[in-house]
Write a protein that binds this ligand. Structure first.
Ligand code: SF4
Length: 302
């Protein structure tokens, strides 16, 4: 039987109604549901299906290894997360479209669970054929676009015109957002990016201040302040969003601010380790007792 597209999730914030097709969200917070009804899983879980990627962005923090998750294991986690109150899963990597079970997992999540299915991709494998296979089985796609034109091509080593063509193709079957790593190379392109996002029909730009890695220092304080000022002055039509760990100092609206970070989000890496964020080095290995048991463990770890 097809799964309903609408889900209700109870937490200390109230009753959250969500429709995965329209993206419609309503939080009824006039009263707090009984504690025994609260969700045990976070609202959103990202899963790095593989560490493999065929690009070599200098600021990438994903480990470059061949680790990859087993599809049947992931399906078990998806069922568990769905039954325990998660409302969305985001497949990532590495590059998730390189995982051999990628299409099958998107189909499984959309047909056998009530989870909203999203994935983050560099976009260059979104052929018409792949998009046809995904049609109706994903609810939002995040495509990485660090700068426009020559900036993008210098950073990602791929054709910008071809990327725009793939964004337009994806937009025909699913709402699309653009992910932007903000650093000294891409900051000046933000106004052009927001105009292009409108032209491409993207509904959101996710700002990702560059993170420090062993080789790079990440976005410095001066540029972070400039980015905050730019966001405050932004009047464009496309919605802006920012990663939760970088939200301090930005004008954000978070109706779930009263809940814990783990109630909002968790990440599973390609080694089956559950973490509070994708940037964390340590976490809890998910064993045969399942992902919700690992979440309980992570919740009580320092
Ligand atoms: S496309 Fe993404 S995963 Fe691949 S190297 Fe670039 S930042 Fe890393």
């Amino acid at each position: 039987m097809p799964r309903s597209n609408t889900k209700v999730r109870f937490s200390s914030a109230g009753a959250h109604f969500f429709d995965r097709v329209s993206g419609w969200n309503v939080l009824v917070d006039e009263s707090v549901p009984p504690k025994e009804s609260w969700a045990r899983a976070p609202r959103q879980v990202s899963i790095a299906l593989t560490n493999r990627c065929d690009l070599a962005c200098a600021y990438c923090y994903a480990p470059k290894s061949r680790e990859e998750l087993n599809s049947e294991t992931v399906k078990g986690w998806l069922e568990e997360l769905d039954q325990n109150g998660a409302i969305g899963v985001g497949f990532g990597g590495g590059e998730p479209t390189l995982h051999p079970g990628f299409v099958d997992l998107c189909r499984f999540a959309s047909e056998s669970s009530g989870l909203a299915v999203t994935f983050t991709t560099h976009g260059h494998h979104l052929t018409d054929e792949l998009l046809g296979e995904l049609h109706g089985h994903v609810h939002f796609v995040r495509i990485s676009m660090d700068g426009v034109g020559a900036t993008y091509e210098a950073l990602r080593g791929r054709s910008f015109a071809k990327l725009c063509d793939r964004v337009r193709a994806a937009r025909k079957i699913v709402p699309v957002g653009l992910n932007v790593v903000v650093n000294a190379s891409t900051f000046a392109d933000l106004p052009a990016m927001t105009e292009l996002a409108t032209d491409l029909g993207a509904t959101e730009i996710l700002l990702l201040p560059e993170q420090a890695t062993t080789h790079r220092t990440g976005l410095d304080g001066v540029m972070r302040t400039e980015l905050q000022a730019w966001v405050r002055g932004y009047r464009g039509r496309v919605r802006l969003a920012i990663s939760a760990q970088d939200a301090a100092g930005f004008p954000t609206a978070d109706p779930f601010a009263c809940t814990s970070a783990l109630d909002s989000y968790a990440h599973i890496d390609a080694r089956s380790v559950l973490k509070k964020t994708s940037f964390d080095r340590e976490g809890v290995a998910i064993d045969a007792t399942g992902v919700v048991a690992a979440l309980d463990h992570l919740r009580h770890s320092p």
